[in-house]
Design a binder for this molecule. Structure first.
Ligand code: KG4
Ligand code: ZN
Length: 336
């Protein structure tokens, strides 16, 4: 009986082209190519993202294989991100994966990007035992997920409008910072006072979130302040970043606390691009210590979009016999 299971996974849902190699659930390589082309436009331009994926995909797959010391013929399955995402971006990775599966005569595995963000917590040690809760915070999603098992995830709550990542990116834009603004807000916030300015937190029922009001209140606040002092933003950028970040983290962690109360589960993971935020990481850790939770925080390379998380998810799908046929298509929608 064959013992080793080796998977090549491809992620191309937005503006990162990434490939990873996984062997028996261990990530051997995780190569990520970003796309600087979008910076000048203040956001991801879908058409340009697809073109960049086309240029990147072959060298990225080669780089992942080389870093793992493996060849295409060593692979037992090919995995790709099927949904959700930009349709043109998903098409590039999906079509490439299908072509490889066909040429190599290997099974094909279609992975859901948001499920993969959650399972990024299974890549490194210590790993959470099931069931656990995961706060998944990315550029397009904000969810509290109850993970019953690797292939059985339940969304307990989610945003009713903007995602947490959008709240970072949109307020950064108001402050004149380039896209993606999240990492820059994080950087400036480190030298700012989080209590310098207060922004209202929305009262949203259950475990759902809302972030569109925050963006509007930051906008009105800045308009009023710059009328009195045109230099207000540049003179206060660190305090503004720290205060906005503090508000976003408050909104997120209050719901995590509520989810723990409702489910009684005290194993808490975070996932998605915003989980790279140093303020969120620190405050979740602190809160975990105060509340007696076990907290799990992936290393940076597994927080933002990466194929390592697609590979670990594909490994569990392989074990569960969850394959797709070559007529599979991408899906821009986010249903699980
Ligand atoms: O998961 P991700 O890489 O892509 C999506 O699936 O959306 O998340 C991207 C989001 C962007 O909104 C970006 O600004 C945010 O994650 N982000 C951060 C940080 N690093 C990335 N937000 C706050 N602090 C960070 N350090
Ligand atoms: Zn993502």
């Amino acid at each position: 009986m064959k013992q080793d299971i080796r998977i090549l996974a491809i992620e191309s849902s937005c503006d990162e082209t990434s490939a990873a190699i996984c062997e028996n659930g261990k990530i051997l390589s995780n190569y990520i190519a970003g796309q600087a082309v979008h910076e000048q436009y203040g956001g991801v331009v879908p058409e340009l993202a697809s073109r960049a994926h086309m240029q990147n995909i072959v060298p990225v797959v080669h780089a992942a294989l080389q870093a793992a010391g493996k060849q295409l013929t060593d692979m037992d399955a090919i995995a790709f991100t099927q949904a959700p995402g930009l349709i043109g971006s998903l098409l590039v990775g999906g079509q490439f994966a299908k072509s490889l599966a066909l040429a190599l005569d290997k099974p094909l595995i279609a992975v859901h990007h948001m499920q993969a963000h959650v399972l990024a917590n299974l890549i490194e040690d210590p790993q959470p035992e099931f069931p656990f809760l995961c706060l998944t915070v990315s550029g397009g999603h904000t969810q509290i997920v109850l993970a019953h098992s690797p292939l059985h995830l339940e969304v307990l709550g989610e945003t009713i409008d903007d995602a947490a990542g959008e709240a970072f990116d949109k307020t950064a834009k108001l402050l004149g910072l380039p896209y993606p603004g999240g990492p820059l807000v994080d950087k400036y916030a480190q030298t700012g006072n989080p209590k310098a300015f207060t922004f209202a937190e929305p009262q949203i029922p259950e475990l759902n979130f809302s972030f569109s009001g925050l963006k509007t209140s930051v906008l009105y606040f800045l308009q009023a302040q710059t009328k009195a002092n045109p230099q207000f933003v540049s003179e206060n950028v660190a305090d503004l970043c720290a205060s906005v970040q503090h508000t976003i983290i408050n909104i997120l962690l209050k719901k995590v606390k509520k989810a723990v109360q409702q489910t009684g589960i005290k194993r808490i993971c975070i996932a998605g691009g915003v989980s790279a935020n140093s303020g969120l990481r620190n405050r979740l850790k602190e809160m975990g210590e105060q509340q007696g939770w076990q907290t799990f925080i992936p290393s940076f390379q597994y927080c933002t979009d990466n194929a390592g998380m697609i590979a670990i998810t594909a490994y569990h799908q392989y074990l569960g016999g969850k394959f797709v046929t070559l007529d599979v298509g991408p899906s821009a929608r986010s249903e699980w």
